[in-house]
Design a protein around this ligand. Sequence first.
Ligand SMILES: [Zn+2]
Length: 180
Amino acid sequence: MSGLATDPRRLDVTALAAADAKLDGNWPLSSFKRLPQGQSQTGHADWLVQASLRRPAGGAAEPWLALTVSARVQLACQRCLQDFDVPLRIGASFRFVADETLAAALDAEAEEDVLPLPQRLDLHELVEDELLLALPLVPMHEICPQPLLAADRLAGTPGSTDAEPARAHPFAALKALKRH
Ligand SMILES: [Zn+2]
């Protein structure tokens, strides 16, 4: 198989599927620009892709990719604002069909993700999409190591001056997301 077909940024999905090819690799999390980039986003996303051709009853063979990704992403806890490790383990199947209209129609009812077959597939982009989908909406420790509530209680008289620290949290959270 040519190098071009197996360059993960420019995959020839049809050729891979015809060869039942399996590819793996990893990318640094810092290469995914759409992920929240904490100061300590130093890990990797390990990925593995298995291509195959599947023939639906009475139809033409379609290329499929089974993708697994595992990563430990650093996110800021929305309660105590400290970075913590969120382990992500993703398993997804992609079925490639001839065009966008068909893909959209099938995707609505199919369990797998149905995508229009691209000229070349950028696997990096696909892995990034999956990582983003897998992120918790509100990342939070189950139990914060040092709950801020205790600090708030010490800082102010309950019920009178605690409006200020409470308002400060969303901004601090934003800063934590943006800092890089
Ligand atoms: Zn926390």
